[in-house]
Design a protein around this ligand. Structure first.
Ligand code: FE2
Ligand code: FE2
Length: 241
């Protein structure tokens, strides 16, 4: 794994506020530029909200080369159809277990389906974690940067620490940043603190919990990570030089 240009990530869909002129909604989507290809990771719940946020940020769907879908929940896949209506020259990387109806729907739009099972390269500097086992299986997006790996998660249903440990094991690299839904809403303080300890043990340098991470977890991660906590909300941009 090697890389080398600057990478920009923009959160296009989230239920946490950041950029006031964008619409908030339950779900997650993040656009990554500066790789071999431009990747849209997840598509939020509603295509009209996604497209409107993209337009306000000057990021037309025509710029998207690849869509990676973390898992089959609607708050991550709901915007896909509208994206494909605007741009069908997209490869859609989805976990193999998506229904054939879903896959056929993507193909009918003229897009190419890539079924993911294991860790593999998507394009220069970008990888899928492969399907990670759990009560709901999921794939994450892994970016190989000058500053070690960035892992972007959808809902982290297989548990965020399992995902990070698995990515480390598969890539043999360290984690610079974990960003996205950590799925910790409803966890109590002690459980969240245990998870934060695991993050430290796994050597995760920066964190950006959003979407389904829960307010309590965001507060506790912030307390522990201080300046290495990135406040994520819709419209947040992160640049890695
Ligand atoms: Fe989910
Ligand atoms: Fe979700």
């Amino acid at each position: 794994m090697n890389n080398k240009s600057s990478i920009q990530m923009t959160v296009l869909y989230d239920n946490n506020p950041y950029e006031e002129r964008l619409e908030l909604d339950w779900g997650f989507s993040c656009f990554v530029e500066g790789l071999g290809k431009s990747i849209l990771f997840d598509t939020g719940a509603n295509g009209q909200i996604l497209l409107s946020n993209m337009e306000k940020l000057g990021m037309p769907p025509e710029k998207v080369d690849v869509v990676v879908l973390s898992h089959a929940h609607r708050d991550h896949t709901g915007g896909l159809e509208d994206i494909l209506t605007r741009n069908s020259k997209i490869e859609v990387w989805l976990p193999y277990f998506f229904t054939s109806d879903f896959k056929d729907g993507v193909r009918k739009k003229g897009a190419r389906v890539v079924e993911v099972e294991t860790f593999r390269k998507i394009c220069e500097s970008a990888y899928t974690s492969g399907v990670i086992e759990g009560w709901i299986k999921e794939q994450s997006l892994v970016l190989d940067t000058e500053k070690d790996l960035i892992v972007i998660t959808g809902c982290a249903h297989p548990r965020i620490t399992n995902i990070i440990a698995r990515v480390k094991e598969l890539s043999k690299k360290d984690i610079y940043l974990a960003l996205g839904g950590f799925h910790l809403a409803g966890f109590d303080k002690a459980e969240i603190k245990e998870i934060i300890d695991k993050f430290r043990n796994l050597g995760v340098k920066k964190v950006g919990p959003c979407h389904c991470s829960g307010e309590e977890a965001r507060i506790l991660f912030h307390e522990e990570y201080k300046d290495d906590f990135i406040e994520i909300g819709v419209g947040k941009e992160i640049k890695i030089q």
